[in-house]
Design a binder for this molecule. Structure first.
Ligand code: ACO
Length: 431
């Protein structure tokens, strides 16, 4: 049983501080420090938010020690095997699994918002053909607010819902268009008669020259990857979306900020880095050299796809993907995929190494996702864009949740100031 208050003693100032403790449904309780500065003139100090809950949320639950991930109370293992991505997106946004009617209406709505304004196409032409797709995604997504003025009033629930549909629907179109631009191929319009993932693969790989049929196993594998990436509570990009939104910014601007945060190699950019790393390691015989580099504190190299802020055990998403890798590679690529063999061996060796064991560094979701994306024909530079498409459902679920949160205020962290105290200004000739 948790205490309902926490008492701290500050002998220097001879004061005792009593703080309320808030309990969640499950998981650790949180000390409510919101009145600390007002009443006692002190801040809390927690760089990187290692022990700080920035908000309350009912969307996703993670137990990092036990390797548990649940969306709205449903285990990721069950959703990964039984649901479709849009079913999961509905669950994240509305809090309940959809009925057949709800789901077909939701799918219809998302599907029919897949087109982007024709004028938006001009934006792509402004990018050089070798622009990174994430740079294009940030720019074009941010510009959606210049086109869809009927969804910019964040105080109207109907407009908020419509903007969520638009973000989830248009991100695949924008990402596929970014890819087509890089190839110098014509954009392929979204198809209303296709499922979400099928439609995306069609926009990526079809050309106007011939009929293109989406491989069902590829669609299934990508559906699974999208479910696994759909949400992960207050991660860096979701927190960025929330912080951006806290000032009242429009949803498209918030999502563009989230995409920018996701791009970093410590977050969503890791799936791209994992593939680059495996290609650099090249052979099992070089693994130890790279492990030594990762352990060397004077070397900035990190084992990409390893470690997680929350999971101090095997990431449950990585466990699911590890199994799926075998089947996808067997059916879509060569079964003796050298990169997969290398990844398996790297994992095995790292997990016998005291450095990784002591620090509880296990493979995360991105250790295996890139290998599958590659087998599906997705170019490495598009990996993080795949993540962004999937995470758009989580970002919008969090944004909608915070818009209804009576405790929501502008996010404004404080600081521990370590600079100079008051100094005298000397005129330039006297310095
Ligand atoms: N390789 C080598 N050492 C590592 C790694 C790694 N991948 N990750 C953490 N460490 C070490 C750190 O050097 C540190 O060692 P020390 O205690 O001797 O100083 C210790 O483990 C703790 O690391 P922190 O950086 O404090 O852990 P944090 O929780 O801040 O970082 C992170 C988590 C960013 C994911 C980190 O593990 C990392 O950079 N991993 C590689 C990038 C990656 O795979 N990112 C994807 C994350 S999952 C996702 O976003 C979907």
């Amino acid at each position: 049983m948790h205490p309902t208050t926490l008492t701290l003693t500050d002998p220097e100032n001879q004061q005792t501080i009593t703080l309320p403790v808030r309990k969640g449904t499950i998981g650790p309780a949180a000390v409510d420090v919101s009145g600390l500065y007002r009443e006692f003139g002190m801040f809390t100090y927690d760089p990187g938010f290692l022990a700080t809950a920035s908000c309350s949320s009912s969307i996703t639950y993670i137990d990092g020690e036990a390797g548990i991930l649940r969306y709205r109370g449903y285990s990721i293992e069950e959703l990964a095997t039984k649901a479709s991505f849009l079913e999961v997106a509905y669950l994240l946004i509305y809090g309940e699994l959809p009925t057949e009617y709800d789901l077909s209406k939701f799918e219809h709505n998302i599907c029919h918002h897949g087109m982007i304004d024709e004028a938006l196409k001009n934006f792509f032409r402004g990018f050089h053909h070798n622009a990174h797709p994430m740079a294009v995604l940030i720019g074009v997504t941010g510009s959606l607010s210049a086109f869809y003025h009927d969804t910019l009033d964040i105080h109207t629930p109907e407009q908020r819902e419509l903007s969520a549909y638009r973000v989830i629907a248009k991100l695949p179109t924008i990402a596929a268009a970014a890819y087509k631009h890089s190839k110098g191929e014509p954009f392929i319009y979204p198809r209303y008669n296709m499922r979400y993932v099928e439609n995306f693969l069609h926009m990526m790989f079809a050309t106007p020259c011939e009929q293109y049929r989406v491989n069902r196993l590829a669609e299934k594998a990508m559906n699974l990857l999208f479910i696994l990436h759909a949400d992960h509570e207050q991660n860096a990009s979701t927190s960025t979306v929330r912080l951006t939104a806290s000032s009242g910014a429009n949803p498209y601007a918030c999502v563009a900020a989230g995409i920018a945060s996701l791009w970093g190699p410590a977050h969503g950019g890791a799936n791209e880095e994992v593939l680059n790393m495996l290609e650099e390691i090249k052979d099992v015989k070089h693994i130890n050299v790279y492990l030594d580099k990762a352990k060397n504190k004077n070397d900035s190299f990190r084992l990409m796809g390893f470690g997680h802020r929350v999971y101090k055990h095997y990431d449950p998403r990585a466990k699911i993907l590890r199994g799926v890798c075998h089947r996808v590679l067997k059916e879509l690529a060569d079964s003796n995929n050298p990169l997969f063999e290398l990844a398996l061996r790297l994992e095995e060796i790292a997990l016998q190494d005291a450095y990784f064991l002591e620090r509880k560094l296990y493979p995360n979701v991105d250790f295996y996702s890139g290998i599958i994306y590659r087998a599906l024909g997705i170019p490495v530079s598009m990996f993080t864009a795949m993540f962004a498409i999937a995470r758009s459902s989580g970002w919008m679920a969090h944004w909608l949740e915070m818009m209804n949160d009576p405790e929501q205020r502008i996010g404004r962290p404080r600081q521990l100031y370590l600079g100079h105290a008051l100094r005298q200004y000397n005129s330039i000739g006297k310095r």
